[in-house]
Design a protein around this ligand. Structure first.
Ligand code: Z5A
Length: 203
């Protein structure tokens, strides 16, 4: 059996990733498609312990990078790959692109090195589709409802994140679907459902 689709959701904090991923999971489920909704950090047993540290403890930038990578490696091997191999679609709220933009564009760590470390952490798994919800940083941060230490970063930091995402999308247009996060969530969901029908469901 070919492995099931792997779809990731990316964007600045408060962009609407969790909302859209949950709606899509519900829609796929209603279509009879087996689906797993998961997230980073925190999608594995190890990740559940790492998540509060990553979101709330002061960390050196390299220590932060290594913890996100440890979370990803464990999550990929224990949760994501087994699900994909048994034919379950996986929707993941943040994945390797988050590390490229937050630790690379945001913290200024070496991007080529992060790409190599991401390849190790993901066992070379690449999303079949990455949904980037793009909107002005101030609009997104005004919506964010779960405070963490990233939210306290400067506007310049969050602007680098947004620009980093747009550069990644520009470099890989066939993997990324960029949605305008200012639109109503129903409109975003309809656009995404249409994309999935064309790409994966053969409608
Ligand atoms: N991080 C990292 O640095 N490196 C890494 O490798 C990884 C992560 C994997 C995880 O935070 C932090 O870790 C993240 C990056 C860093 N921090 N930041 N910034 P998280 O998982 O706790 O939170 P988040 O992913 O950043 O965002 P969030 O607060 O969960 O937001 P969201 O999922 O994008 O948005 P939402 O919860 O779906 O929606 C927010 C509100 O907006 C909510 O009230 C919705 O009802 C509303 N909403 C949603 N969509 C719309 C639309 N279309 N219109 C109007 N209102 C909407």
């Amino acid at each position: 059996m070919p492995r099931a689709p792997f779809i990731t959701f990316e964007g600045v904090e408060g962009a609407g990733k969790t909302t859209l991923a949950q709606r899509l999971a519900d829609w796929l489920h209603a279509q009879g498609v087996p689906v797993l909704l998961t997230r980073e950090p925190g999608g594995s047993a190890l990740g559940k312990q790492l998540r509060p540290i990553l979101l709330h403890e002061p960390l050196d930038a390299w220590a932060e990078l290594f913890l996100f990578l440890a979370d990803r490696r464990q999550h990929t091997l224990q949760v994501i790959l087994p699900a994909l191999e048994r034919g379950t679609w996986v929707l993941c709220d943040r994945y390797a692109d988050s590390t490229l933009v937050y630790q690379g564009y945001g913290r200024g760590l070496d991007i080529a090195l992060i790409q190599r470390l991401n390849a190790l952490a993901t066992a070379d798994l690449t999303p079949d589709l990455t949904v980037l919800i793009d909107l002005p940083v101030q609009d997104a941060l005004a919506r964010a409802n779960a405070p963490n230490r990233f939210e306290a970063e400067t506007l310049a930091f969050h602007t680098r994140i947004r620009e980093g995402y747009l550069q990644l999308a520009h470099a890989e247009p066939s993997r990324f679907l960029v949605l305008d996060g200012r639109l109503p969530v129903q409109t975003l969901q309809a656009a995404l459902e249409q994309e999935l029908r064309v790409r994966f469901l053969g409608d």
